[in-house]
Design a protein around this ligand. Sequence first.
Ligand code: ZN
Length: 290
Amino acid sequence: MNNLVRAISWDGSVICCAVDSTRMVGEAERIHQTSATVTAAMGRLLTASSMMGSMMKNTEDSVTLRLAGDGPMGAAIAVAEGTGDARCYVVNPVVEIPLNQYGKLDVAGAVGKKGTLSVVKEVGLPEPVMSHSPIVSGEVAEDITYYYAMSEQVPTVCGLGVLVNPDLSVKAAGGYLIQLLPGADESAIDQIEKNVNALPPVSQMFDEGMTAQQVAFRALEGLEPQILDERVVSYRCNCSRERVERALVSIGAEELMRLAEEQKVTEVDCHFCNKKYRFNSDELRNLIQK
Ligand code: ZN
């Protein structure tokens, strides 16, 4: 079933992307073996990246979010393709901290309340488009909202949520991103404000069985929403032996020679999917010729 939907108001002035990322975040938890709080933080970032990827012009485009706060989790990175498929990586997968004052997983405590959100977009230009905005709360959704306001000057409302089961698997995850396009009038803005205030927490909506389309339509209630497009998005890594070879070449001939002499087999693990690539000494030496 399509788990990412983009809908637009009747007059084209408000767009909403919604995604049920339960399976995607579940896969991230299985790969990275994260503690509950990190699953929530990493899952929110992954979910946001998937929506941001799906809003890019071309499927070949990509967006990388790097959330680097001063909390114990360290930096988290999520990369999404223009298809909306995404992958992620976190420096410290296991952070055990108490619940916050509301009895919820303390995402801001894991991320940190100071630091930088970097957004790098590859849109087919010779250089990627890069921007940085400060972390404002460490809860991720507000940090994404702030990024859009500061760097893209697009008024945005972002909701992100991850529910974790007692056995650490992911119970429900999802998000929405509402954006006002040029031409949005006061009445549409008032309506969105009313809708957002009435929305239950996003993970609760998906946990209760709402679909991405239902969430998007609820966010745009009263604005005669129509579906713009919908698709299936999942956790996907695009690593390959060829890419790993290029990465090895980039560390330089001297280092490759040292590795070839020190060990029979050099193993390189992909940070995003844990796939292992093995190179014997002859293969490393061949790379030096390249
Ligand atoms: Zn990989």
